[in-house]
Design a protein around this ligand. Sequence first.
Ligand code: DGT
Ligand code: CA
Ligand code: CA
Ligand code: ZN
Length: 584
Amino acid sequence: MARANDNVVRLLKELATLTEIDEQSRQAFRVRAYENAARAVETLSRDVSTMSAAQLAEVKGIGKSTAAKIRQAVDDGTIDKLEQLRAKHPAGKVALLKVPGLGAKGLALLEQELGIVDVEGLKAALDDGSIAGLPGMGEKTAHNLKEAIDKLGLGSKEQRFPIARAHAAAERLVEDLRALDVVDRAEYAGSLRRFRETIGDVDILAVSKDPDSVMVAFVGFDDVDSVIAKGSSKSSVVTRDGLQVDLRVVAADEWGCALVYFTGSKAHNIRLRQRALERHLTLNEYELAPTEGSRRSRPIRCKHEEDVYKALDLPWITPELREDTGEIEAAEASRLPDLITVEDLRGDLHDHSDWSGDGTQPMTAMIEGAIERGLDYFAFTDHAEDLSINGVSRTGMKKQRTELRRLQEVYPQLRLLHGVELNIDADGSVDYDPAFVGTFDWCVASVHSHFRRSVAEQTKRVVAAIRNPAVNVIGHLTGRRIGQRPGIDLDVEVVLDAAVETGTAIEINSNLARLDAPIEVIREGMARGVTFVISTDAHAVVELDNRRHGIRQARRAGLSADLVANTWDTERFLAWAADVRSGT
Ligand code: DGT
Ligand code: CA
Ligand code: CA
Ligand code: ZN
């Protein structure tokens, strides 16, 4: 996405959230207008900074008055209305709005009745019982709020950020650093490079011969809100999003050791340092230095991570595995898994077009995007009719199919599947009738409702979907949104056993807010022989690139390509997909 577009999206999303708080409704006209506009810019192929307000207003999803705000965002770096709302509603309220079960109305009530404006205040009021006494709240609501806060870790002092938010900010900062003349390399390290689901702070490393200039530029970047510390080789800042970012500048021949050190994990580093000591070396952020008893007299400087591992008689270990959960032993014994890479993917099997309400682009754009990315096969899986705001009726689906069959002739190089994303209802049933469902080429079935049910009920409904002969794959298995909504409670072993028995695949959803199935589930599935599918769940062409996130999630679990159905060639894939559905 063009850099200007990225900034505008961020400002519009913040404006939508603050407007929701201000107007005490998520459905308020202006909230929807800003959200739609953010979505439109997110998927726009043109750079907004080259567009006039009039041109912007012509884009689907952008109204006239929002177009003017976008223009101001591009010109001034901010929006007047946004500044007013920021002053009126402090950051604590924005965090409160993220507590599941607490809407903008609830927020207003808490402030009016109890003066609560942040999560800390809410926690205290839950503990002393005053929430349960509020009109329209009660014991049950209080209990649910408490549970949500605990489950998401929102109550803790050292708040962690969902990877989606940290990743976006880190990518922008790294890109800005790389654009500086004085910077030779820049990369994010830490838990983000290991691809953890939540991030404490972002650690960035850069190589430069002129660290002072790098620091001066860094603390002045767009995303930076305040500076905690500014030194000549290390600085710490806080972004507008409230995220702490540490930057360290090193010399080119320190890069290898520094990147290993700051990527971590701490536990992995400790193991490496032990290995170094056994070889009469000490490993630190900059070098491998000889200790007493060493035959070496000079430290080893490493330009690359590979050199560090080599000095310790190990092959390079991918960052996603560096948690000291057996990867060092595996490396030692040359038994590291042959991990899947983005190049292994041949198809994408969960994609939306503008046929369902939340998709933003026509099928042709999505097809061309898939071809550009070198894919061999591609499934459109627009939402089925039971999803009230977005679903496509039976008639709509039939029309889409006719259109898709025509497009197949226009684009013979990409095998197109007419699929659907079915909704798994509370009782495990899905949309339409079985005969019609059977006419699709490919069926994803996902949970989009009833998130709070017992383990037994959730397990039963998902197993019923797995046993449905038409269903090829279960989409975003737990329905979680990292840092926002916990997943449904499932008996994972029962679900995975059913998937093995029927051959139904389990999706690895590449959306950074989801990364669903979680890695524990993927590992458990690997042990049982489950087949996986890695899909983007793209609602726009640019989101086809999210494949790389799904791949990193899979790598964290130790997954290799052969267990992932959409790494197979078209013929093998289609034969498998047909088998799943005939129950053989
Ligand atoms: P986070 O920020 O909590 O999500 O997790 P990390 O892993 O990014 O941790 P952070 O930011 O405290 O430190 C970045 C890396 O620096 C960490 O992964 C390993 C390394 N590191 C930090 N402190 C220590 C330490 O005391 N010993 C060792 N061996 N490494 C450390
Ligand atoms: Ca960190
Ligand atoms: Ca750090
Ligand atoms: Zn979807």
